[in-house]
Design a protein around this ligand. Structure first.
Ligand code: ZN
Length: 456
């Protein structure tokens, strides 16, 4: 059975999706070659980019375009012998595909050096496509370099790599480099729609978008996923099936978590997380969905003309969510990471900036007990979603002594100074940070501005 990825593999430069710049450059190179007796000006190319972006397909298209009886031409006829032979590269002597991962030794490179002098069997050029070229050994690269320095006129080399930085500079300086960028989601979605239309497969609105996003810039991955969801959906593309197949959390759940987070509703956040755990959610996928949903929210807030500080606050919340993405990947307890991050972020809108607090002349020890903001220690508890009882704000005396400068007597609580002798807010902020290591940590966690939670 032919897979969709194989069936809809691009066969012309014009079919390439998302690589317009490279396709245009190759198109021009082929036109120039046609105008100059079939001689192509560059004989070595390096296609660099993540997997599934069309590197090998483009290499085959180039081989076909160079060898077509009507060519070299950007639009090979598809009916001449070289064109037909290019459909089966494994049976075509003039298209040599080499997997550098399995033929990385210097002996392989030397064998290639001898082989390149053999003239093409029946085509204009013999095209060598070396996939994952970064896997070659140092000696193999040296041997390849010698070939590239003086290639025989009938040989064209297309090197492909997913690890551009691992290709030696000496090689890079002798090839024409074509970066293959990640394919935008919109273009993948459009191509998937075209495939479904051509195959007569009905697709629910929004379902192809999810498949396209799951491809993460790779058309091949997206088409492979489409194959899977079509099989699972009995010949249809259903959104529920796509979500199930890809482990994507239902959109309504993501919306629920987002609303609870924006409302600062900690119990609801915990309930949502429990529900997601019982659904067997893929936490990494959920986090991605949540970040995208939050990003959309931030966009609508910004576009609706919200005041700058409001947009800034949402930006900080989003930034904190992004920072926790790596923790999520590294953790063996992803649910705990998700809950902790959500509860922290949910508290941000209810915090008072330290600068505002200092400007108003309040410090943890200067505010009457009934109205005293919860201390930093309580802050940490609150951030973890636990009820935060009132905790006396004064740090233990020995702690204050430890962190105070020697000549200055360390008071058990923050010093109260007459207004005339009061230090600047910046100085007081620094002093406060120095005395409270927890505060320092919290500042780091909340992008440096927000340190106080008020009891409501
Ligand atoms: Zn042809």
């Amino acid at each position: 059975m032919t897979t969709l990825a194989l069936k809809y593999r691009p066969r012309l430069l014009a079919d390439l999706v998302g690589q317009e710049v490279g396709a245009k450059a190759l198109n021009n190179a082929l036109l120039r070659a046609k105008a100059s007796d079939g001689r192509i000006s560059h004989q070595a190319f390096l296609f660099a980019g993540v997997r599934g972006t069309g590197k090998t397909s483009t290499a085959r298209i180039l081989a076909r375009a160079l060898n077509c009886a009507q060519g070299p031409t950007p639009t090979p006829c598809g009916v001449c012998d070289p064109c037909k032979a290019s459909e089966q590269p494994d049976q075509n002597l003039d298209i040599v595909e080499i997997d550098a991962a399995s033929r990385a030794s210097v002996e392989d490179a030397r064998a290639l050096r001898e082989q390149v002098h053999t003239r093409p069997a029946f085509c204009r050029y013999r095209v060598y496509i070396i996939d994952e070229v970064h896997m070659l050994s140092r000696q193999a690269f040296d041997a390849l370099l010698k070939i590239l320095e003086e290639p025989p006129p009938h040989a064209v080399f297309v090197l492909a790599t997913t690890e551009f930085q691992d290709v030696p500079d000496t090689i890079k300086s002798r090839v024409q480099i074509f970066p293959f960028r990640l394919i935008p989601v919109g273009l993948i979605e459009k191509r998937l729609q075209h495939v479904c239309d051509s195959e007569g497969i009905p697709a629910e609105p929004g379902s192809l978008r999810l498949v396209a996003e799951a491809g993460q810039g790779s058309m091949r991955d997206a088409l492979t996923t489409l194959d899977r969801v079509i099989s699972a959906g009995d010949g249809k593309v259903l959104e529920s099936m796509v979500r199930e197949q890809l482990g994507i959390v239902p959109a309504v759940r993501v919306k629920g978590v987002l609303e609870s987070m924006l409302a600062g509703d900690a119990p609801s956040i915990i309930d949502h997380c429990d529900a997601l755990a019982s659904l067997g959610a893929d936490w990494a996928n959920f986090w991605r969905e949540l970040i995208l949903a939050f990003r959309d929210h931030l966009e609508s807030v910004t576009r609706s003309g919200a005041p700058p500080h409001e947009a800034l606050r949402f930006s900080r919340m989003l930034s904190l969510l992004l920072q926790r993405e790596r923790d999520l990947r590294d953790s063996s307890l992803p649910q705990v990471v998700v809950e902790l991050a959500l509860l922290t972020v949910a508290q941000l809108p209810h915090l008072t900036p330290l600068d505002d607090l200092l400007r108003s002349g309040q410090t943890p020890s200067s505010v009457p007990a009934a109205k005293t903001p919860v201390s930093v220690a309580a802050n940490s508890q609150a951030i973890q979603g636990q009820p935060h009882p009132y905790v006396p704000p004064a740090p233990p005396p020995h702690k204050a002594q430890t962190f105070s400068p020697p000549p200055k007597p360390a008071p058990p609580t923050l010093p109260q100074k007459p207004p005339s002798a009061a230090p600047s807010p910046e100085k007081e902020k620094d002093e406060l940070i120095r005395q409270e290591p927890l505060l320092k940590r919290l500042l780091e966690d909340t992008s440096g501005e927000i340190v106080e939670i008020r009891k409501t």
